[in-house]
Design a binder for this molecule. Structure first.
Ligand code: NDP
Length: 293
């Protein structure tokens, strides 16, 4: 089959971010509206700190306002809920993101439920989940939205494709399945109890891997010519060095697949770009105006 086309998520994400930036400039000029994104970070998990810093920088680069709220790892659930409530009623804030994971004493479901669904730019609130699953206008979780944009950019019309989603989390797998169904794919979601995972994956024209297991998907799991989107971000030690790998064995699978996203430089940058896109969408909806073309 030869070598797969590498889908450059980094380059595509910078196009998406530039498009958001242009639209944000129009909103400012026409309506004096500057979309604002608030990120709440609880504790000092190093990976979360890096994500939050990148989100803040990208938000400012797109010409939007960024607000960051750091809370101590010992904070109580009531304090987190009170912070979210303040952001719910703050007119400068159009999008609220509470960085997960949260410490054990804070119930993530309760925190997500407390976010005003119109400001829920992560798309995790049950209202947005319901809207997505009933084909209505929702704020869509950023990672699956980023995967979908890359797929549509590569394929165009996805109608009739066999899509297999590996993983069924609320953050990635399930919304990914819903989005692909909405695009008229035939969708199979597989998980840890699935029988004969490799054979299920081999049926896919589109394979999305979101399991959190380093390099689990091997070349004989992939149909020749399939498009493989690797959501996984796993830190491993190799040859005495720490490095990031996906859920797909990139070297062997890229010999079989038609196209593949790398890790890093694939889905990750698209996630942040889609967060900015969602913030702009949320700001327009809250102001009752159409998104600029
Ligand atoms: P979760 O741990 O929430 O879900 C993992 C899913 O994979 C579960 O549905 C689980 O099945 C399934 N799974 C785990 N082990 C196996 C196995 N051996 N065989 C089959 N299925 C298995 O992870 P997330 O969805 O949150 O994240 C998945 C990966 O994506 C992680 O590497 C994460 O870091 C990455 N990620 C990347 C993002 C990005 O921006 N690029 C954003 C979000 C996540 P079951 O339900 O049966 O337990």
């Amino acid at each position: 089959m030869g070598s797969a086309e590498i889908i450059d998520g980094k380059a595509f994400a910078s196009q998406v971010r530039a498009d958001v930036g242009k639209k944000a400039a129009v909103l400012k000029e026409k309506y004096g509206l500057i979309p604002g994104l608030a990120v709440v970070l609880v504790g000092n998990d190093p990976a979360s700190e890096v994500y939050v810093k990148n989100k803040g920088r990208s938000t400012l680069e797109a010409g939007m306002q960024s607000f960051e709220y750091k809370m101590d790892s010992e904070v109580s659930q009531e304090e987190v809920l009170a912070r979210v409530e303040n952001l719910n009623i703050d007119d400068r804030v159009n999008g609220i993101l509470v960085q997960l994971p949260l410490p054990n004493q804070v119930d993530a479901d309760a925190v997500i439920a407390s976010i005003n669904p119109e400001k829920d730019v992560d798309g995790f609130h049950i209202n947005n989940v319901g809207l997505l699953n009933t084909g209505q206008d929702a704020l869509i979780p950023c990672t699956p939205l980023g995967c979908l944009l890359m797929l549509k950019n590569y394929y165009g019309d996805l109608s009739g494709k066999n899509a297999v989603v590996l993983g069924r989390s609320n953050i990635v797998g399930k919304p990914m399945g819903s989005l692909l169904l909405r695009e008229n794919c035939t969708v199979t979601i597989v998980h840890s109890r699935t029988i004969d995972l490799p054979n299920q994956c081999r049926q896919a024209d589109i394979l999305i891997a979101a399991v959190g297991k380093p390099e689990m998907v091997k070349s004989d799991w992939v149909k020749p010519g399939a498009v493989v989107i690797d959501v996984g971000i796993n830190r491993i030690e190799r040859d005495g060095k720490s490095r990031l790998v996906g859920d797909v064995d990139f070297t062997s699978v890229s010999e079989v697949a038609g196209a593949i996203t790398p890790v890093p430089g694939g889905v990750g940058p698209m996630t942040i770009a889609c967060l900015l896109k969602n913030t702009l969408t949320a700001a327009c909806r809250q102001a009752g105006i159409s998104e600029p073309e």
